[in-house]
Design a binder for this molecule. Structure first.
Ligand SMILES: NC(=O)c1ccc[n+]([C@@H]2O[C@H](COP(=O)([O-])OP(=O)(O)OC[C@H]3O[C@@H](n4cnc5c(N)ncnc54)[C@H](O)[C@@H]3O)[C@@H](O)[C@H]2O)c1
Ligand SMILES: N[C@@H](CCO)C(=O)O
Ligand code: NA
Length: 436
C-alpha cells in the first residue's frame, strides 16, 4: 500500500521522539492508519544531529523550505518552535497543499486565526494535539468527545516546569529561586525559562483551549498572564494551613457578557483531584453542562509523550485526508462560519474569590478597620487566620479568604487597606478557584 510521506522539520527533543516512536511502532501504527506512515525527509539546521538520530536511513537537509516545497511530501511536521521561521514554513506548506502537524502552541495562539483560515481556503488539515498538554489527548476530547456539551469552563495545569517548581517549594519549603535551580539541574526548565515561569506558555495553551471550547477566535493578546516568579514560600505555607494548594492555573470561563481568559497562581481546595497533580505532570479539568466535570491527566512534555500526540495527528491526517474538507472535524471544533467574535473580559470584571495577606502592626482595632473596608466594597469574608507574632516582633500577618466577588471591588479595597497607617507592606493578593 502506498505510504504516507512525512517531512520532519526539526529533529530536537520532540522531533527525535517522533522518529523513534514511529519507527518502533511502525507495524501497529500501520494497522491503525491503513497504510504506512514514513518520515522520508528531515530538515534540521543541525544536520549532524539529524543524521545521527535517523541512522542514515532518511534524506537529511538543512533547508526546511525545500521540504515544505517537496512534491513527494504529503504531511509536513513542524517541530522547530517559535513564531519566526516556523510561521513562514507552516504558511508555505499550506500554500503548497500539504497537511501540517505541529506542536507549536506559541505559533497557534498568536497566529492561529491566520493559519487556520489559510488551511481552510486551501483544503488542508493543520493538526496540533501536541501543542496543548503534550501527550494528553485534550484537543481530541474537547473537539470530538464533548461536542454535545455547552462547555462552561476549562481549568488546566498545563505547564510542567512551573508545576514541578511549585511542588518543590511546597514539599521542601524552599524558595522559587532554589526550586528553579532544581528544575534546571533536572533538565525540565528551558535555558531561558521565562515563557514557563512567567505563565506565557500556559497562556498560549489556554488560549487554544478557549477557542475550541467556546467557538471563538484565538485571543492571546487579551489573556491576563501572571507567572510564579513573585510567589513567596510563606503564601504556599499559609494556603496549606487553610486547606489549599497553589497551582499555576490556566482558566477560561464562559460568562453572560464574554469569556474569562487568564493564567495566574491559584489556590485550589487540596481535596480536589487536580490539586494533587504534582511534579511535571499536567491535568486539564473540563466542565460541560451535560457530562459535568471530566479530568484528563498525564505527561505534558518530554520526547515520547509529546511524540505520542504528534503521531496520533499523523494517523488522523492519514485516515482523513481523502475526505472532503467539509466532512472533516473542523480545526477549532466549531464550523468556521459559526465562530463568534466574543469579548474577552478585562481582569477588573473577573469574578472569583481571593486570598489576601496583610502585614500589619499588632495592635487593637486593626482588624476592625480592615473588615469595614471589605464590607464597604460588599466583599464577604469566608475565613481568616492571624499568625502569632514572633518574640519581639511588633507586626504580624493576617490572611483573609473572601467569598466570590468581582476583581474591581478587591482592587478598590486593597487601595484603601494599603492606605491604612497600620498596614506595613503591599497586600499580597492571590485568586482562588473552587473547581467544583
Ligand atoms: N519539548 C517538549 O517537551 C515539548 C512539548 C510540547 C510541545 N513542544 C513544542 O515542540 C516544538 C519543538 O520543541 P523541542 O523541545 O523539540 O525543541 P528543540 O529545541 O529540542 O528542537 C528544535 C529543533 O529545530 C532545529 N531548528 C531550529 N531552527 C531551525 C531551522 N531554521 N531549520 C531547521 N531546523 C531548525 C534545531 O536544530 C532543533 O534540533 C516547540 O514548538 C515546542 O514548544 C515541546
Ligand atoms: N515547557 C513546557 C513544555 C511543554 O509544552 C512545559 O514545561 O510544560
Ligand atoms: Na495534547
Amino acid at each position: 500500500m502506498q505510504p504516507m510521506n512525512v517531512g520532519l522539520l526539526g529533529i530536537g527533543t520532540v522531533g527525535g521522539g517522533t522518529f523513534t516512536v514511529l519507527t518502533r511502532n511502525e507495524a501497529e501504527i500501520t494497522r491503525r492508519a491503513g497504510r504506512p506512515i514514513r518520515i522520508t525527509q528531515v530538515a534540521d539546521k543541525n544536520t549532524a544531529l539529524a543524521k545521527q538520530v535517523t541512522g542514515g536511513k532518511v534524506a537529511v537537509t538543512d533547508d526546511a523550505f525545500a521540504v515544505a516545497a517537496n512534491p513527494s511530501i504529503d504531511i509536513v511536521v513542524e517541530l522547530i518552535g517559535g513564531c519566526g521561521v516556523a510561521k513562514e514554513l507552516v504558511m508555505q506548506a499550506i500554500a503548497n497543499g500539504k497537511h501540517v502537524v505541529t506542536a507549536n502552541k506559541a505559533l497557534l495562539a498568536v497566529h492561529g486565526n491566520e493559519i487556520f483560515a489559510a488551511a481552510q481556503t486551501r483544503g488542508v488539515i493543520v493538526a496540533f494535539e501536541a501543542a496543548v498538554a503534550g501527550g494528553i489527548p485534550i484537543i481530541k476530547a474537547v473537539r470530538e468527545g464533548l461536542t454535545a456539551n455547552r462547555i462552561e469552563w476549562i481549568a488546566g495545569i498545563i505547564n510542567g516546569t512551573t508545576n514541578f517548581i511549585l511542588s518543590e517549594m511546597r514539599d521542601k519549603g524552599i524558595s522559587f529561586a532554589e526550586a528553579l535551580q532544581d528544575a534546571k539541574r533536572l533538565g525540565y526548565a528551558e535555558a531561558d525559562p521565562t515563557f514557563d515561569v512567567e505563565g506565557i506558555d500556559a497562556a498560549h495553551k489556554i488560549t487554544i483551549l478557549s477557542a475550541l471550547a467556546f467557538g471563538i477566535p484565538m485571543q492571546f493578546d487579551r489573556a491576563h498572564i501572571e507567572g510564579i516568579s513573585q510567589l513567596e514560600a510563606d503564601d504556599i505555607r499559609y494556603a496549606e494551613q487553610l486547606g489549599y494548594r497553589i497551582k499555576l492555573l490556566g482558566m477560561t470561563r464562559r460568562r453572560p457578557n464574554g469569556v474569562e481568559l487568564r493564567v495566574h497562581p491559584t489556590l485550589i481546595p487540596a481535596k480536589r483531584l487536580i490539586a494533587n497533580v504534582e511534579g511535571v505532570m499536567n491535568a486539564v479539568l473540563v466542565q460541560g453542562d451535560a457530562v459535568g466535570a471530566t479530568l484528563y491527566y498525564g505527561r505534558g512534555a518530554g520526547a515520547e509523550p509529546t511524540a505520542s500526540a504528534v503521531i496520533a495527528d499523523l494517523v488522523d491526517v492519514t485516515r482523513m485526508h481523502t475526505a472532503d474538507p467539509e466532512h472533516r472535524v473542523p480545526h477549532l471544533a466549531f464550523q468556521p462560519s459559526a465562530v463568534q467574535d466574543t469579548l474577552v473580559l478585562p481582569l477588573s470584571e473577573v469574578e472569583t474569590s481571593y486570598y489576601l495577606r496583610l502585614r500589619v502592626e499588632d495592635k487593637p482595632g486593626v482588624l476592625a478597620d480592615i473588615t469595614r473596608i471589605l464590607a464597604d466594597q460588599t466583599i464577604s469574608i469566608d475565613a481568616m487566620i492571624q499568625r502569632e507574632p514572633n518574640e519581639g516582633e511588633s507586626h504580624t500577618d493576617i490572611i483573609i479568604l473572601t467569598h466570590v466577588t468581582v476583581e474591581k471591588n478587591i482592587d478598590a479595597a486593597i487601595v484603601k487597606i494599603e492606605a491604612l497607617p497600620v498596614v506595613k507592606k503591599k497586600v499580597i493578593r492571590l485568586r482562588m478557584e473552587a473547581l467544583g
